[in-house]
Design a binder for this molecule. Structure first.
Ligand code: FAD
Length: 371
């Protein structure tokens, strides 16, 4: 096992169920991840990060996801905030903020609003210049890790364009309102963020204010989509392990469950799901690392396969364990709830299908003309 895998396994131990029930990951755990450089390990070494390439970062993400989807979600938000700064920020902004995020200053990303869910063109949060400051007014919802965050990258409207602004959570006028009792990833710190005349220096606007809002949003979402896809691989590997362990050790009708063909069928399908999700994620990460133009469609494919297979796979795992897994806090029960959320975020299953359908039409156009 890689050093980081041992480190993360040591930090999480058997506490994921307890964190889920308590709805909170202890801050010391997040601080320790920062100290060990694992909180956003893709940040380049030049900015103090571990500089993992996407394929390596994906393996780390899947490993964390197999242990605790809430922690993986917090790390996805941290990584997404770092990626937004890296992609959209100036050299100065990267030097100012990326080392902080690597070391454990916690960050989240706020796109969604009550009227802007799947349709982010409806974002209504306003960002306006006032002297040397910008002032933000708006309401973000369901921001993962906002309950822990020291900084939130807020996406808003600036004139006829958009702006991504790094906002400290202790800024006057900013209020965090925790989402009570989420379906899954209960310790991921989901919260709404109210912004009432929040004033920060202009220097906190990433790059130039007034850039295209869809472009700003898309570049930050790319990291989140890849990370969630890898997190789903983790959910599947945890489910496969739990189901295989149970099917090999529990006997009914005089033989191990796994020797009953219908149960063996569940195991085979879980294995196929885990392998398929991992392979499409590896494909997407290789495209990312190579800077290939295919990365966009490969990432949507990875997210779609990962999320849908995680939902189906977690349901199979619960079926194999039956009453043994049918209680709050059990790894497969947690996976069952956590997996469903993965179909809603970073492009829901429906939106990913629409994107993949468009990709199918685009990539077959030339071939269809001569068909
Ligand atoms: P809606 O947009 O209202 O959609 C409802 C349903 O209609 C969905 O099934 C959707 O797929 C479908 N639908 C919508 N439009 C179409 C269409 N054109 N064609 C077909 N079907 C369509 N937001 C953040 O900004 N930051 C975060 O960190 C963050 N984390 C989240 C974590 C969790 C666990 C959850 C649940 C949400 C999170 N969100 C976050 C919000 C998330 O991005 C939105 O929930 C998501 O974009 C869907 O929006 P919505 O919930 O408003 O659903």
């Amino acid at each position: 096992m890689a050093d980081w895998a041992v480190q993360v396994a040591g930090l999480v131990g058997d506490q994921a169920g307890e964190w889920d029930r308590a709805g909170r990951i202890p801050r010391e755990v997040l601080d320790e991840l920062g100290r060990s450089g694992l909180l956003c390990a893709q940040v380049p070494a030049g900015h103090g990060g571990a500089g993992l390439v996407s394929l390596e970062n994906g393996s780390l993400t899947a490993h964390v996801g197999s242990l605790c989807s809430s922690l993986r979600s917090v790390m996805t938000s941290q990584g997404m905030a770092a990626w937004a700064i890296q992609r959209l920020g100036t050299d100065r902004q990267c030097s100012d903020w990326l080392p902080l995020l690597v070391d454990g200053t916690l960050a989240a990303v706020g796109f969604s609003e009550p009227q802007a869910g799947s349709d982010l063109s409806a974002i209504n949060t306003s960002v306006r210049t006032d002297g040397d400051d910008v002032v933000l007014d708006g309401h973000k919802v369901w921001v993962t890790a906002a309950a822990y965050a020291d900084l939130i990258v807020i996406f808003g409207r600036y004139g006829s364009g958009g702006a991504a602004v790094v906002v400290p959570t202790d800024a006057p006028g900013l209020r965090i309102e925790r989402v009570e009792d989420p379906l899954g990833c209960r310790a991921a710190g989901h919260a709404g963020v109210r912004l009432d005349g929040v004033r920060v220096p202009k220097a906190n606007v990433l790059g130039a204010a007034g850039s295209s809002l869809p472009l700003l949003v898309t570049s930050a979402l790319a990291y989140g989509r890849m990370s969630v896809a890898w997190g789903c691989v983790g959910i599947l590997s945890a489910c496969l392990m739990a189901a295989a362990q149970h099917a090999a050790s529990r006997e009914q009708f005089g033989k191990p469950l796994g020797q009953h063909q219908l149960v063996a069928g569940h195991l085979a399908d879980l294995y196929v799901a885990e392998r398929t999700a991992r392979l499409v994620c590896e494909h997407a990460s290789r495209a990312w690392d190579a800077g290939s133009p295919d990365v966009v469609s490969a990432t949507v494919l990875a997210k779609q396969v990962g999320a849908t297979q995680a939902v189906a796979g977690a349901a199979r795992a619960v079926q194999v364990l039956a009453s043994a897994g049918a209680r709050d806090g059990h790894v497969v029960a947690r996976a069952y709830r956590d997996a469903k959320l993965m179909e809603l975020i970073e492009g829901s299953t429906e939106l990913c299908r629409l994107l993949l359908a468009q990709h199918a039409l685009d990539t077959t156009r030339g071939l269809r003309e001569n068909w």
